[in-house]
Design a protein around this ligand. Structure first.
Ligand code: SAH
Ligand code: SF4
Length: 419
């Protein structure tokens, strides 16, 4: 039976060792969300269909499931009417439960979601004039404890399953009303039909891009992240180009080459410091995989080129990593490793109890200018959704915030009673 309990963080830089499955449903039906075509076919065969039938039905269901966003087998019009109750009895097509949906004054939206076994996590949608970006979570919490990141203070972690990861994209498309409609209702589906790239770019409201930058370290949940993104990229599934997907890592060096080879998406690296001392302090995984190793892994990243540059994220922390010398050293390092790079400067987003402050706007501007003069583009990312705690590094579920408040209260009570 699947073990779905939360696990304690074993150490600052240890991965969550096992991918945990979702709790089996009480009604005995199997959730197809997150499964590839071959697994759906195997389930259908296991339930009694012959091999050829199972393969055909899996192809049809896969298309309805991921390409059309259908959650009810009765809506699958090219599947025989008599077959549909057979499917409904045995299978479901699930979505993560929505606990709360919030809207920022700047248009950013945040959803608090819940897994079937009761663990909360968050996803964020950021609409822009020319794109719409969904920020997807890979874990409940994060084991890595970067000092400036609120998610890193969550005490407990569970890997999200592939279904829970791709489920976020499905839910966002539900919420945005973006499933492609058949032009002729009732018409038999054409499986060769694939969205044109233009449909994803023509309207800034649409979900055009995905960033694996929500809660968690995606490369510590490699298999599930890979399986989920494969469904997102599948031409017969969600059909989003790998060029529109970016995975951000704090520097899990051994998994970076696999990420390029097996997933092939754009890479973003949370660099944040250019010296060992400072990076050890603010991004503790640096003690395990140091700067040289990390930059070499970037130089070796499959698919990186001047046309597909690696993004280096750099959080601007006052008097910590924001000096002119830091900016010059950043340029030197990126050049030393001949990296096709762009730098993303992220103003620090504060949260209660954080040990850092954001650099001044003048300092950020100066830092950006130095990197730019070094020949590397270094835009400053505008913080989005700060009013609803949706900005980078602010994701931490209310359940955890509550339990923290609860703990504080308990501590205060204990102190008051002299216990
Ligand atoms: N775990 C992955 C991806 C999620 S975090 C990673 O660390 O790369 C997405 C980005 O937000 C990372 O670059 C992260 O370092 C940055 N970030 C975390 N906390 C932040 C904060 N309080 N202010 C600004 N950026 C932050
Ligand atoms: Fe984890 Fe990324 Fe936050 Fe670091 S910055 S604690 S790796 S989510």
């Amino acid at each position: 039976m699947a073990d779905t309990t939360l696990m304690s963080i074993p150490g600052q830089v240890d991965p969550v060792p096992v991918a945990r499955d979702i709790t089996p449903r009480e009604d005995g039906r199997v959730d197809l969300m997150g499964l590839p075509k071959a697994d759906i076919a195997a389930l259908f065969e296991g339930a009694g269909l012959d091999k050829r039938q199972a393969k055909l039905r899996a192809k049809q269901v896969f298309h309805w499931l991921y390409h059309r966003g259908v959650t009810d087998f009765e809506a699958m019009t090219d599947i025989a009417k008599t077959m549909r109750p057979w499917l409904t009895e045995r299978f479901v097509i699930g979505r993560p439960d929505v606990v709360e949906a919030q809207h920022s004054t700047d248009g950013t939206r945040k959803w608090l979601l819940k897994t079937p076994d009761g663990h909360e996590f968050e996803m964020v949608f950021i609409p822009d004039a020319d794109r719409g970006t969904l920020c997807v979570s890979s874990q409940v919490g994060c084991t890595l404890n970067c000092r400036f990141c609120h998610t890193g203070t969550m005490r407990l972690v569970r890997n999200l399953t592939a279904g829970e990861i791709v489920g976020q994209v499905m839910l966002a498309r539900d919420a945005l009303g973006e499933w492609p409609q058949s032009h002729e209702p009732g018409r038999k589906m054409d499986f060769a039909e694939v969205e044109s790239e233009a449909e994803y770019t023509s309207d800034g409201r649409l979900l055009t891009n995905i960033v694996m930058m929500g809660m968690g370290e995606p490369l510590y949940n490699f298999d599930n992240v890979r399986d989920a993104l494969k469904l997102v990229m599948d031409g017969d599934g969600l059909a989003l180009s790998k060029r529109r997907i970016t995975l951000s890592t704090s520097g899990v060096v051994p998994a970076m080459a696999r990420c390029g080879e097996e997933i092939g998406v754009n890479l973003a690296v949370s660099l944040h410091a250019v010296t060992k001392d400072i990076r050890d302090e603010i991004v503790p995984i640096n003690k395990k995989y140091g700067l040289e190793e990390l930059l070499q892994a970037c130089a070796d990243y499959p698919g990186a080129s001047n046309a597909r540059r690696i993004t280096f994220e750099y959080v601007m922390l006052k008097d910590k990593n924001d000096s002119d010398e830091d900016a010059h050293e950043l340029v030197r390092l990126l050049k030393q490793y001949k990296l096709p790079a762009k730098v993303n400067l992220i103003p620090f987003n504060p949260w209660p109890g954080a040990a850092y402050e954001c650099s001044t706007p003048e300092r950020i501007r100066r830092f950006s200018d130095i990197v730019f003069e070094g020949g590397i583009s270094a835009p400053v990312r505008t913080p989005r959704g700060r009013d609803i705690d949706a900005a980078c590094g602010q994701l931490k579920t209310t359940a955890e915030k509550k339990s923290r408040a609860q703990r504080d209260r308990e501590e205060a009570e204990a102190a008051a009673t002299g216990a």
